[in-house]
Design a protein. Structure first.
Length: 203
């Protein structure tokens, strides 16, 4: 009887050990699945969305120094930036730095900046309500080639932009600024003001 009882307990222990091992295996498998899914979601998010912190006053009042924005990297997979879009791009003179500016001219456009602060695109004078001040250091004309975009800050008197260093190549553009998410009191969508360019012929 004693041996029979011991054998029963041993079988019970074996069964319990087997159940514990199966439970541990399931837990490990589920943990690995969650980790893999999390990594995939993170990588996909990085492909389509990027965050960016505004550095400096060049886009005032649209974007303020220190604000955080979400950048839509997927929007330009099928088409290029449009006039009025606010974009984040690699600074052509130093690709280790990212800038944020507004697109004024597209490939093929002729952009003219005047000393009185006005800007014309293909002969059409722009009425730009988003501009903080209308200051242009020099009167100049830029004729944009294929894959070139002319960008300017909304704070024209304090913006280092295409007027200083020329157009942005298409390959340097990271995405479209869509949404200010921090600080919480400043949450808003970033307006493209495409209507400002309604009189300019389509590219």
């Amino acid at each position: 009887m004693a041996r029979s009882g011991m054998a029963s307990r041993e079988r019970a222990y074996d069964y319990q050990d087997e159940q514990d091992e199966r439970w541990a295996s399931r837990l490990l498998l589920e943990t690995l699945e969650v980790a893999v899914i999390t990594i995939l979601v993170f990588l996909l998010a990085r492909v389509f969305v990027q965050n960016y912190q505004v550095d400096g006053p060049s886009m005032t009042p649209t974007l303020l120094n220190g604000e955080y924005i979400l950048v839509n990297k997927a929007d330009y997979f099928t088409h290029g930036p449009q006039r009025g879009d606010v974009i984040v791009f690699k600074f052509p003179k130093d690709p280790s730095k990212d800038f944020v500016k507004r697109v004024i001219g597209l490939p093929g456009d002729t952009v003219v900046t005047h000393r009185d602060g006005l800007v014309t695109v293909d002969g059409v004078t722009l009425n730009e309500p988003y501009v903080n001040d209308h200051i242009n250091p020099v009167a100049a004309t830029w004729r944009l080639g294929p894959g070139q975009y002319f960008v300017m800050g909304d704070n024209r008197g304090d913006s280092y932009d295409s007027r200083d260093w020329g157009p942005v190549p298409a390959n340097d553009i990271l995405g479209k600024a869509e949404f200010v998410y921090w600080p919480l009191g400043s949450i808003h969508m970033v307006r493209a003001w495409s209507g400002v360019f309604a009189g300019v012929q389509a590219p």
